[in-house]
Write a protein that binds this ligand. Structure first.
Ligand code: TRP
Length: 332
């Protein structure tokens, strides 16, 4: 049986990069796999979070999942901390994970910065918790972006280490699930940097909560160069900001960059941006509206998350019973 697990952190608001790069693909995957979509609040606290903001962001990410088209009845949608098994399995995996494996993780090096002694143990162990997320449900496929491939590789290594150590085939080795042409959405201020929720400039990204005016302003102010749109992909790729806007257009429309160039080659960016605003507002407007509608009733979002949490817990408990038996831990 194939099963998908994936998650996003409830830090800041979700943006266009999260939607085009991940959420939109999840909506497709829910038709092909039994799917578990998680709001990974325990991962969020590996860096300092304001408690009120964290809780609000957890609901907002859940609302974004639903607004984007993920069906919380057909799939399991929940927040990570609801199911204690994530932390429990993470501890057991910690005891099997050599420090050398974690020392190779590039994201820790980036996030810890220069002052590594001040970084928390949780930030260091982040990929072990991620392995636990996936393996607690024996997920076989994990849709991840480029930046999470190394962590998924580690999850496979940990699954293998557990199975070898205990001489039992408890965990499948989860595969990355790459969807068609992955859309990498870059910053609107710098076409060489990924669109990111941690960028200091709000003009660098389109948030899923932005209204039509905000979307229009951000696209009009997006960095470009003075040349008109080119006719070929080669010329486009030498111009990161131009490439990014064309990529976004194609992704929102569900066509290709070449299709878009076929229609806009030779046009000025001012005109193209006007068309992009219309398209972005048409595609994102309904999602934003649905998110806002859901966020007006936080208690209903909580009910959905708890229902999902109960279903997740049932699977988690059966894995944990097996793990306890194999490791030699008395069952509760
Ligand atoms: N680390 C992932 C990210 O920041 C989020 C995540 C946590 C995740 N656990 C996961 C993704 C398990 C896939 C599977 O994007």
């Amino acid at each position: 049986m194939n099963r998908i697990f994936s998650g996003m952190q409830p830090t800041y608001a979700l943006h266009l990069g999260n939607y085009l790069g991940a959420l939109r693909n999840w909506v497709e995957l829910q038709n092909q796999f039994e799917s578990i979509f998680c709001v990974v609040d325990l991962h969020a606290i590996t860096l300092p979070q304001d408690p009120k903001a964290l809780l609000n962001n957890t609901r907002e990410v859940a609302a974004a999942y639903i607004a984007a088209g993920i069906d919380p009845e057909r799939n399991i949608l929940f927040n990570q901390s609801y199911v204690a098994g994530h932390s429990e399995l993470s501890w057991i995996f910690s005891c099997l994970t050599p420090l050398g494996w974690l020392n190779r993780m590039t994201q820790f090096k980036d996030k810890a910065g220069k002052n590594r002694d001040q970084a928390g143990l949780g930030l260091y162990a982040y990929p072990v918790l991620m392995a636990a997320d996936i393996l607690l449900y024996k997920a076989t496929h994990v849709p991840v972006g480029e930046d999470q491939k190394q962590h998924l590789e580690l999850a496979r290594d940990i699954a293998g280490a557990f199975n070898r150590n205990y001489g039992r085939d408890v965990f499948p080795l989860p595969e990355p699930q790459i969807m068609g042409e992955a859309t990498r959405v870059m910053s609107l201020r710098d076409g060489t940097k990924k669109m990111s929720k941690s960028d200091a400039s709000d003009y660098s990204r389109i948030n899923l909560t932005d209204d039509a005016d905000a979307i229009a302003q951000k696209i009009r102010k997006a960095k470009t160069d003075p040349e008109p749109l080119p006719a070929t992909i080669e010329e486009l790729e030498a111009r990161p900001e131009a490439d990014n806007l064309v990529t976004i257009y194609a992704a929102l429309e569900g066509t290709s960059r070449l299709d878009v160039l076929g229609r806009f080659a030779g046009a000025q960016f001012s005109g193209f941006k006007g068309e992009l605003v219309d398209l972005a507002v048409a595609k994102l407007g309904p999602i934003t509206a649905e998110m806002n509608r859901l966020m007006k009733d936080p208690a209903e979002i909580d009910r959905i998350l708890r229902r999902g949490g109960e279903r997740a817990r049932a699977i988690a408990e059966s894995t944990m019973a097996e793990v306890r038996d194999v490791v030699g831990l008395l069952r509760p």
